[in-house]
Design a protein around this ligand. Structure first.
Ligand SMILES: Nc1ncnc2c1ncn2[C@@H]1O[C@H](COP(=O)(O)OP(=O)(O)OP(=O)(O)O)[C@@H](O)[C@H]1O
Ligand SMILES: [Mg+2]
Length: 187
């Protein structure tokens, strides 16, 4: 991905995400080269490009699943580029991350998959189920479908469940790594 793909949003205030001159190579393969990106609260930014151009690498760097070679990542004004793992966990709680492969737990239903992180964050079962239903509804999943396991859902439905799982804790920033054929998604 080259600098020419950099995006600059036109709004004022503190960006919810700022990426400055981010670069990443895997061995000799340069995946990111000097990427700049600024996202203001309420903005939706879509990063597109051919397969292998570095989209997933960019998102993985932002949540520090991998470390960039150089550049800076600033989340809501906080520089997270070199944060320790324990400090990073606090930042990740404010970010909803949807993996390109949905990464759902196969033995749990859609509803249980979405409720799980809420239960892990000490929500009561009732509260977790209510929030999970609400998030699933936002991505268009209502009725019996929410009681099915991932193997009984289509690929697109699995991605919607993954989006609902990331949305349910009401994060400040959503990073969604999906294929293009998802149709309507909530703003
Ligand atoms: N762990 C890795 N080790 C070595 N090379 C990698 C690794 N992960 C990704 N790459 C390479 O880095 C480049 C960018 O990969 P990335 O997954 O970011 O692309 P992408 O834009 O998300 O592609 P797609 O649209 O197919 O998901 C590709 O050439 C890929 O082969
Ligand atoms: Mg990808």
């Amino acid at each position: 991905m080259s600098r020419s793909l950099s995006l600059k949003m036109q709004a004022s205030g503190t960006p919810v995400l700022k990426v400055c001159s981010l670069s990443k190579t895997y061995g000799k393969n340069r995946a990111l080269s000097g990427i700049d990106l600024e996202v203001m609260p309420g903005d939706t930014v879509v990063v597109t490009g051919p397969s292998g151009c570095g989209k997933s690498t960019l998102l993985r760097c932002i949540v520090r699943l991998i470390n960039p070679d150089s550049g800076r990542i600033i989340v809501a004004g906080e520089d997270v580029t070199n944060l320790s793992y324990s400090d990073l966990l606090n930042v990740r709680r404010r970010i909803g991350f949807v993996f390109q492969r949905s990464n759902l737990i196969q033995r749990l239903t859609a509803l249980e998959n979405v409720a799980l992180p809420l239960l892990a964050a000490n929500a009561t079962r009732d509260e977790a189920e209510r929030k999970a239903h609400r998030a699933l509804k936002r991505v268009g999943l209502i009725g019996d479908v929410v009681h099915r396991r991932p193997c009984e859902l289509s690929g697109g439905e699995c991605q919607r469940v993954a989006i609902a799982r990331a949305l349910a804790p009401e994060p400040n920033l959503m990073l969604v790594n999906v294929n293009k054929n998802l149709g309507h998604l909530p703003a």
